[in-house]
Structure formats: structure tokens, C-alpha cells
Design a protein around this ligand. Structure first.
Ligand code: HEC
Ligand code: HEC
Length: 817
């Protein structure tokens, strides 16, 4: 009987597993370019002229839309507005007798003003487009001996922010004019008082917000440490540049130091669970929860100490990575390039199926992370109790009210002003306006979301009823037939869903557009336009001499790629099967999840199987999401085919693992894998022709720096030296077992300095150094190796092919430009 049961079960699993990926039987990557994205919005065909308008709007909103998040970023976080302790003039900066406290804002704006070499013209053109004042790495300078929340500040902080020539603001940091009645509040930026020249006529008093582009744009397209473009404006190409402005869109800001930016806030405490955590402890689950309780128990009693420790953890976030999971553990993800056309589900763990739902959840949780209050113990986390075998989420340590109180305790808006502090807390809780978090209520709907996140009483708050703000999945069923009901809770992962902002709908004449194209969704138009621009976006062509000289190897490399089975997963024009590959056979068995179909898959060399085996951190964090809410989907279309539920988690195709990464632009996006763990650099000063691919791959070990511990440590010591992993050597370490082993031997090197150990109090006993491994950068897994030696014929050809991947891999650069 038992045997029959398990046989039946196996049959059932297989039956559920027949969701095949799209096959591209005759596709030839070297003869065929990427098909253009269809000229459609919400599935509706539009005219070429309207398509061009819509994709430009989408790009603009990706760059500058905040949905009202500036109130969180300015009033609660106090972003870039940190108190800096500066040694008084005339004292020894090493041992100052006296310190003065200044805001970091003037230092920040002065750094931008200085880009064109002319002081005091920041809001008067700042050198203009011809001024050549663009940078891909804004450097903020501080007096020697300055401190940030008690920790030493370097004299030159390399932020990795990109600024276009003539611009007063970095890409992705957005000034929003404050209403007149709030203009004089102390935490509103008064541009006239910053000492960088006369303020603009309009918008002298502003809040600042952040937009998607902050993490996802770069003016240094080829990652050689030199800005390739003066502007990312599609209508403003840079004369003489090898790249078009749109090549800078959404390629991943690989030198952004998110830790410095958020550490440089007045109230970095709010980011405690996302960007910080206990330092240098092993993957012991209890450590994060214990650390979170320490923060909770001490922030009122000893705010400076707790802030310092939170910031210490933040500053450890490596350059070019962000930790986007709020679990008080280090699990860095690289900033991936966003070529979203026919590429789903979103994120390395594939946790969010639908592009609209993804945009909404990023707007509601990243532009305004006070929305995370929905995860507190008496809201979203209460439901995870059903998953008794999962480890406890850190949010169990807080009620929503306690979490909101922590967020606002040291906020610029609430500091020393109990009434304003309470008002901010109530706003975050949704108690005052029915909407959890601080986004503009006129730009969001409230929805039930996953179990618990949106208590019914809050959903039916009188203001939500009065404003007609309540939506359910069924309300989207006509718009997205079938799919919306299956997407269910993922329509609003935190219980709120953004919709087109009313003032923007008016500005662009959206009503007219919807009349012209029946079927267009007015509500989802902003989210759709962002998707249109991301889907359209070209991937930058590799124009390097290195590829030009290796161009004869590319066709042979494609043969190797196919014969080794790479194309089974990295298939078709988008180099992906759009499937999630479980991260380890053992782990998958433990939690009873079906392995992916192996039909058509040829085993690749030693120790390999279809399991991906890369660092489990990222997927572990999304497991409750998979198990409870993630719908099963059809890899061919990205459409949800069955609702998420714990049972679906067991029997559906939504396995816990990693999505097959698309491969366009791998020539520019080293290090590799979602955790950016596979990286090898050429040692500075090595004598070597960098343009000679076979020579680079054969360079002796002594000339290489293996692993991200070593590379990140050197970047910290000398950010201006621009040491980066080399794409070819890193691919070789991904694909040759011997090279990977050498790299992994260094993954645990404890060489990355922990800020302030030795020069500031250290109550939690943080070690002086950590390894990349301890930051969640492991570089393990994806064990699909070639049988070859470094610089051997097959690996060299394969790497030449990989370096050629862009929208038209067959069009290769020539040696004579
Ligand atoms: C704080 C930095 C940051 C901001 C701001 C940000 N992202 Fe991301 N984004 C990331 C990181 C890091 C990842 C990778 C996550 C992963 O690997 O799972 C990511 C992943 C993505 C992906 C998935 C790519 C893939 O390979 O599947 C898309 C699409 C995306 N972001 C779009 C957006 C949009 C749209 C916005 C604004 C609404 C935005 N991002 C704002 C950091 C950011
Ligand atoms: C079983 C499916 C599968 C096979 C076979 C496979 N890959 Fe992958 N590949 C993946 C997945 C999944 C990832 C993402 C893993 C992660 O991020 O942890 C990936 C990631 C990559 C990356 C990293 C991209 C980046 O931007 O970080 C490269 C490069 C790559 N694969 C190349 C290859 C090559 C070359 C082969 C053949 C030798 C191959 N893959 C075989 C599934 C596969």
C-alpha cells in the first residue's frame, strides 16, 4: 500500500512537472539577433509613435518616480543628512580636543558642484552638457579625522553615484518640492542655504526621494573605470562615445556603495534589518534574531551605540552589491542588468512572477521601506507560524507598532517632537490614513495580500472605504484573465499596490490614450511603461579589442556551448529557459520539493546534475514566499497557471532555487552568479597584454587575484584604483573546476576590514576582518565544468563566445576601429 502511495505521488509530481520551457529548435545565436520587443502595452498593440512616447515615459519614471517615498527617505531616514563629527579647526585630527557637528548635506552637494571645476554654479547648469562634468563615481570629501555615527570616515568617500554632465543631482536621487507650509521644517533641504550658488527659481525647498535608477544605471558601460557617457538621456548622445545613452540604462551600478549612502543618514536605524546584522558570525540562524532583539532592547536606552553598530554593519555591504532581503543576515546580491524581455520570473530566486507586481512591490518596499511594517509579528509574520519547520522570521520580534516606533524614534521628523513622532508612527502603521507605509495614499490601492499582512480592520479603514481604495484580485480578473486570480496575493505583497499617479495621468493625457487603445489599463499604466522600457532596452555591445582579436574563436565557442549542454538551460535568443533550478538535491529532498524535469538534459562532467547548488542564502529567505503565495507558472509565457498555496509549493513547478540567468552583457557584469561570488582579477602591475584573450587565460596564478574577499579588500583599501574582476578570468573560474577550486580556497580569507574596529568602541566584539563568504558571497554551485585546462582550446573558444553576447552576438568588433 505504502509503495502504491509513493508511486502515485511520484506520478503526480511528474504530471505537475510537465511545464516545459520554450524550445527554439532552429535558433542560431550568431546568425539571428534578438527579436525586437513587441510594440505592445498590456498586450495591446500601439502605434510606433505612441510606443516611443511610452518607452520614454517608462524610462523617465524608472529614473525619477518616487510614489511619495520622499517623505520616508527625508523625514524618517534623513538620507544623506547625517551628523558628521568634524575636528575643530586647528586641532590634531587624530586626537581632536574638540569636534563640531555638521550635516553631511553640504559635503554632498559640494562634491557635485565641483564636478565641472567651477564652484557655486550647481543649480545654474553646473557646467552644462559640454562641461564634461559627468562621473560614474561621485566622491564626497570630508576633513581628516571626521566621524560618521562614531565610526571613522575616509577623507574621500567613493559613493559610486552617477552624475550626468550639467546635472545638479545624481541619477536616481530625486528632489521633490515641499509644499509651502512645510518648506521651513528643519529637515527639508533649503537649497539656497547650502553654499553652492543661487537656488533654482522653482523648488528651493525640497525633500529627496530615491528611484529605481539609483541601483540600476551606470555611465561607465564597459566597466573600465572611465565614464563612457556624459548623459543617459536617450535624446542626448555623447559625441565620440562608443555607446548610446540607453546602453547605460539598467545595466547595474556595479560600483555603488549602498552601505555608505544609507549609513550617511540621520536615522540609519530604520535600515537595521535590511542592510545590517551581526558581523562575522556563522550561518547560525539564532544569531540574526538575537541581534535584532539587542537592537530592539537597546535603541532607546543607548541610541548612539545601537546606531553605530547598525552603521558598522551597513558599511560592510560590499561595493556593487545590495542586500535586498530584510533578515538581518548578510546575503548580498549583485545588481543584475535588467534585460527583461521574455525573462521571468523576476529576481535571481524567481520569487516574483509578474513584472507589474514586481514594480509595485519594489516601489512599496524599497522607495519606502516603512512598508515592511506589514511583515511584523502581528501582521505578515503571524501567518508563517503555519510553516512550523521554517526558521522564525526576525519580524516575529516586533509588533507592527513596535517596529513603527523604532523606525521613527531617531527620525529627523520625529526627534524631540513627540507629537510629530506619533503622527509619523501612525502614518506608517496605516492607523491615520488606512495605508501602511508612507507612500502617497492617492497613488496606491490596499489589498488583502499574503495572509496576515493586511488586517481586515485596516483594509476597511474608513478612509480606504471613502477613497474607494480597496481592491481584490478579482478586480483585476477582467484585465488579466485567469492570471490575476492565480497571482492572487502577489498582486500586493505588502498589502499595497501602486497605481498610476493621478497627477501623471493628467499630465500625459492618459484618459485619451486609454480611449484610443481600449484594453490599456489606466491603473497599471506606469508599471507597464516601465516594463516597456526595460523590455525594449538594448544590451551594450562588446567593442573591446580583446574580443575583436578573439573574434575568430566565437563560432567554435558556440559549438562548445551547445555540445556541453549549456544551451539546454541558456537557450534561445534570451539565453534562458525561464525556469528555476533547485539549489541542491539534498535540500530539495528535505523539504519535499520536486526536482525540475531533466528531460533533454545531458549530464555535464563530474559531480554535476541539474541542481544548481549555488549559495542557498537568497532562496532560503524567499522560501515562505514560495511555499505560501508564489503561483505556479508556465515558463513559456510567464503566466501564472495555478494559485500559490502551501500545497502548490510542494507539487507545483515553483521550486526553491535559482532562475537561469540570461547571458547578454556577461562581458561587462563580472563577478558572476547571483551572489557575485565568482570573481578573479588580474593582479595590479601584472605584465600582460590585456587584449590577448588566450594570454589572459593562461596567465600564471601569481598574476591573478582569486576570489571576491581579496578583490573587495583591495577595493576598500584603494577605491580609486578601480580594481575589478576580469570577465574572462572570472568566466574561466566559473567553468573550469580547477580554477574554481583555487578561487574557493580564498573565499573564506578574512581580509575585508570591518569599519572602526580598533578605533571605536566595539561592544558586540565584531572581528577586525571578515571574508566575502561571511557577507553571503560564496561563489559555489553551478558545477557545470568543461574538461579543459586554463587557456585550453575549448575553454578559450567558449569564453570568446560568452564575451560576444549582446543583442547581435554575430556582429563582432573589428581590430581596426
Ligand atoms: C537599493 C537598490 C535597488 C533599487 C532602488 C531597485 N533595485 Fe531592482 N534590484 C536590486 C537588486 C540587488 C536586485 C537583484 C535581486 C536578486 O538577485 O534577487 C534587483 C533586481 C531587479 C530585477 C530582476 C532582474 C532579474 O534578473 O530578474 C528587476 C526587473 C528590477 N530589479 C527592477 C527594479 C525596478 C523597476 C525598480 C524600481 C521600482 C528597482 N529595481 C529598484 C536593487 C535595486
Ligand atoms: C541546469 C541548467 C543550467 C545549465 C546546464 C547551465 N547553466 Fe549557467 N546558469 C544556470 C543558472 C540557474 C544560473 C544562475 C545561478 C546563480 O545565480 O546562482 C546560471 C548562471 C550562469 C552564468 C552567470 C551569469 C551572471 O551574470 O552571473 C553564466 C556565465 C553561465 N550560467 C554560463 C553557463 C555555461 C557556459 C554553461 C555550460 C557549461 C551553463 N551555464 C550551464 C543554469 C544552467
Amino acid at each position: 500500500m505504502r509503495a502504491i502511495q509513493s508511486w502515485l505521488l511520484a506520478g503526480l509530481l511528474l504530471a505537475c512537472y510537465r511545464q516545459e520551457a520554450r524550445s527554439f529548435p532552429d535558433f542560431d545565436a550568431l546568425k539571428q539577433a534578438r527579436p525586437a520587443a513587441p510594440r505592445k502595452v498590456s498586450g495591446v498593440s500601439v502605434s510606433e509613435a505612441d510606443y516611443q512616447r511610452i518607452l520614454r515615459w517608462g524610462a523617465k519614471w524608472f529614473r525619477s518616480e518616487t510614489f511619495g517615498g520622499e517623505r520616508m527617505i527625508t523625514d524618517v531616514v534623513g538620507f544623506l543628512n547625517a551628523p558628521i563629527q568634524v575636528p575643530c579647526a586647528g586641532t590634531d585630527p587624530e586626537r581632536p580636543d574638540c569636534v563640531e557637528t555638521h550635516s553631511s548635506v553640504p559635503y554632498f552637494v559640494r562634491a557635485i558642484d565641483a564636478l565641472d571645476g567651477v564652484p557655486n554654479n550647481l543649480y545654474a547648469g553646473n557646467g552644462g552638457f559640454e562641461g564634461k562634468g559627468a562621473t560614474h563615481d561621485l566622491v564626497i570629501r570630508f576633513p581628516r579625522g571626521s566621524r560618521l555615527h562614531g565610526l571613522p570616515l575616509p577623507e574621500a568617500v567613493h559613493t559610486g553615484l552617477d552624475v550626468e554632465a550639467g546635472s545638479a543631482w545624481p541619477i536616481g536621487i530625486v528632489p521633490i518640492e515641499a509644499p509651502p507650509e512645510e518648506a521651513k521644517l528643519p529637515y527639508i533641504w533649503d537649497l539656497a542655504a547650502l553654499g553652492v550658488g543661487p537656488a533654482p527659481e522653482k523648488g528651493k525647498n525640497v525633500r529627496i526621494g530615491i528611484a529605481c535608477a539609483l541601483c540600476h544605471y551606470s555611465l561607465d558601460v564597459d566597466w573600465d573605470g572611465i565614464s563612457d557617457l556624459q548623459s543617459a538621456d536617450i535624446d542626448r548622445p555623447t559625441p565620440g562615445s562608443a555607446y548610446r545613452p540607453e546602453h547605460s540604462w539598467a545595466i547595474g551600478n556595479q560600483d555603488l556603495k549602498v552601505g555608505w549612502l544609507f549609513g550617511m543618514s540621520q536615522n540609519p536605524l530604520v535600515g537595521f534589518s535590511i542592510f545590517s546584522g551581526p558581523i562575522g558570525v556563522s550561518d547560525d540562524d539564532g544569531a540574526a534574531l538575537r541581534w535584532v532583539r539587542w537592537v530592539k532592547d537597546n535603541y532607546r536606552r543607548a541610541p548612539e551605540m545601537v546606531t553605530r553598530e547598525v552603521v558598522r554593519g551597513m558599511l560592510l555591504q560590499p561595493r556593487g552589491y545590495a542586500d535586498v532581503s530584510s533578515n538581518a543576515r548578510y546575503n548580498a546580491s549583485q545588481f543584475p542588468p535588467l534585460f527583461t524581455q521574455e525573462y521571468w520570473p523576476s529576481n535571481s530566486d524567481g520569487a516574483v512572477l509578474n513584472g507589474l507586481d514586481r514594480n509595485s512591490v519594489v516601489w512599496t518596499s524599497t522607495m519606502d521601506f516603512s512598508g515592511l511594517v506589514s511583515l511584523a509579528g502581528d501582521r505578515g509574520s503571524s501567518a508563517s507560524g503555519g510553516l512550523y519547520w521554517e526558521k522564525k522570521a526576525i519580524y516575529n520580534a516586533f509588533t507592527a507598532r513596535e517596529l513603527a516606533e523604532l523606525m521613527v524614534y531617531l527620525s529627523p521628523g520625529g526627534r524631540g517632537e513627540p507629537a510629530r513622532r506619533d503622527a509619523l508612527r501612525d502614518d506608517i502603521l496605516g492607523a491615520s490614513d488606512g495605508v501602511p507605509g508612507m507612500l502617497a495614499p492617492d497613488s496606491v490601492y490596499v489589498m488583502p495580500g499574503p495572509p496576515g499582512v493586511m488586517p481586515d480592520s485596516l483594509l476597511r479603514h474608513p478612509k480606504n472605504v471613502a477613497a474607494g481604495r480597496i481592491r481584490r484580485a478579482a478586480d483585476y480578473a477582467a484585465q488579466y484573465p485567469g492570471d490575476a486570480l492565480n497571482r492572487g496575493a502577489t498582486l500586493a505583497l505588502l498589502g499595497i499596490r501602486t497605481h498610476t499617479r493621478p497627477q501623471i495621468a493628467r499630465e500625459i493625457g492618459l484618459a485619451e490614450l486609454v480611449k484610443r487603445y481600449p484594453g490599456l489599463s489606466a491603473d497599471d499604466f506606469m508599471g507597464e511603461a516601465v516594463n516597456v522600457s526595460l523590455d525594449w532596452q538594448p544590451s551594450p555591445p562588446n567593442q573591446s579589442l580583446r574580443l575583436a582579436r578573439a573574434s575568430k574563436l566565437v563560432a567554435r565557442g558556440y559549438e562548445v556551448f551547445k555540445s556541453e549542454g549549456c544551451a539546454v538551460c541558456h537557450r534561445g535568443p534570451f539565453f534562458t529557459d525561464n525556469r528555476i533550478h533547485r539549489f541542491s538535491a539534498r535540500r530539495a529532498d528535505e523539504i519535499g520539493i520536486a526536482p525540475p524535469s531533466t528531460a533533454g538534459f545531458r549530464s555535464l562532467g563530474r559531480g554535476s546534475g541539474p541542481a544548481i547548488g549555488s549559495d542557498p542564502n537568497r532562496t532560503e529567505d524567499s522560501r515562505p514566499l514560495y511555499l505560501y503565495v508564489a503561483p505556479s507558472y508556465d515558463p513559456k509565457t510567464g503566466v501564472a497557471v495555478a494559485k500559490g498555496s502551501p500545497l502548490r509549493g510542494l507539487f507545483g513547478n515553483q521550486v526553491v532555487g535559482y532562475k537561469t540567468t540570461q547571458l547578454r552583457y556577461v562581458w561587462g557584469s563580472a563577478p558572476y552568479l547571483h551572489d557575485g561570488g565568482v570573481g578573479v582579477a588580474i593582479r595590479p602591475g601584472a605584465e600582460l597584454d590585456h587584449d590577448d584573450l588566450p594570454a589572459v587565460l593562461r596567465v600564471p596564478d601569481a598574476q591573478k587575484l582569486f576570489g571576491m574577499s581579496q578583490i573587495l579588500a583591495r577595493q576598500e583599501a584603494a577605491p580609486e584604483a578601480w580594481l575589478r574582476p576580469d570577465a574572462a578570468l572570472s568566466l574561466q573560474a566559473l567553468l573550469l573546476e580547477s580554477e574554481r577550486a583555487k578561487m574557493l580556497a580564498h573565499a573564506s580569507d578574512r581580509v575585508i576590514p570591518v569599519p572602526g574596529v580598533g578605533s571605536a568602541e566595539n561592544p558586540l566584539g565584531a572581528p577586525a576582518f571578515v571574508s566575502a563568504r561571511e557577507l553571503g558571497i560564496a561563489g559555489i554551485g553551478h558545477d557545470f565544468y568543461l574538461d579543459d585546462t586554463p587557456g585550453g582550446e575549448r575553454i578559450t573558444a567558449l569564453i570568446a563566445f560568452l564575451l560576444s553576447l549582446d543583442d547581435a552576438p554575430g556582429e563582432l568588433p573589428s581590430e581596426v576601429p
